[in-house]
Write a protein that binds this ligand. Sequence first.
Ligand code: ADP
Ligand code: MG
Length: 438
Amino acid sequence: MDILSMWQQSLPLLENSMTQVVYDTAIISIVPLSYENGVITLKTNRDFYKPSIEKRYLSEITRCLRSVSGIGDIEVRIVSPEDFDETNLVRRKNYDRTNLRRRYNFDTFVKGKCNELAYAAAEAIAEHPGQTEYNPLFLYGGVGLGKTHIMHSIGNYVVDKFPHLNVLYVTSEGFTNDFVDALREKRMDDFKKKYRSLDILLMDDVQFLEKKEGTQEELFHTFNILHGNNKQIIFTSDQPPKELANLEARLTSRFAMGLMTDVSIPDYETRSAILEKKLDIEHLNIPQLVKDFITRNIISNIRDLEGALNKLTAYAKLTNAKITLELAEEVLKDLLTPNQKPDVTVPHIQQVVASHFGVTTADLAGRKRTQSIVMPRQIAMYLSRKLLDVSLPDVGKFFGGRDHSTVIHSCEKIANEIETDEKLRVTVNDLERSIQGD
Ligand code: ADP
Ligand code: MG
């Protein structure tokens, strides 16, 4: 969908959601300019409309554009004639060159246990780029947990506080494409000048450099020059350096030279704080029950949490429905993190029991008769019979081909012992619960 039709389809929605006066003046003054890298630029023809649009209507405009386009993370920027003044143009061009996204900054980021160290390091770096021992900073963790957001936050902070510094955000694919283009077009000098003159290099998702040896080599040289000159480098990846087996060791050892820290899955309190922050930023309000519902059910990552909120608000807007718990349950059913129960099988039971007692599953199936193994083995057999519909000989097969009388003996022994041994009974109960994923 092109920007003009997106804007035209948004207009009736906007007209519905604000007073006619505002619509007829501020909104009508806007023309859509461009849609690039996820950012829509709208231009009002009056400078004095710009602050009030930004303050009061930008979130509504963003929401409408997101719902008509179906693109959940569109960002909207308002410009006015003064932005095209010489100095502002230069400033904007410089900012555009950094590839940074304004909305990813420290103010919009929520601190929690899951990102504590990453956040602290990011703040320290933003204050003193290149001068801390966190160089490079290597952030790793699963998707949608805030790595990219933290990275941009550092960049945005530095651009504002130290405007003379040369900052660049690039994905590892972006770097690769740049490198390949430079080679093909014989512009390697330009390429080197661009990357080696940086004060801060933010490179996102380095795991995608896998198998690109030429690019890895170029990054290796870039790294050495920047690092040698105390320039700040920040990397992100889905894995810690030592797990990036398909990258060259000399590169991953560089990644590990400064501070490595992970971002992990947020706990309930952090998810709740993030949801509140998003609602606040977007000037949205939803019933407490719906907030609890989202926070409780969307647990695997923050991108999904945002996605849920966008989907729900967009749906409510398009259908003119009130946001209720029932609506949330209906609209979000595809996004809910299923309450995953493990598939209970004999090997699964063996796994849980073995790890509880600090032995291996091979021990359970093996021949050793030491008490520290016999007891877990008998418990695992007992639980297999109790929790699964498996015949005695079949259980025996999973335990190194023991015959059915051995299995009966084990099961009876445990059944008798838990009658008298309180401690054992508690242990077996706990094991049963963890086997079932409760
Ligand atoms: P990653 O790079 O780890 O895959 P992102 O940085 O792209 O994750 O985060 C996904 C989305 O979740 C972004 O829109 C980001 O703004 C949001 N997000 C992640 N962590 C936080 C946080 N701690 N506070 C606020 N928003 C967050
Ligand atoms: Mg990312």
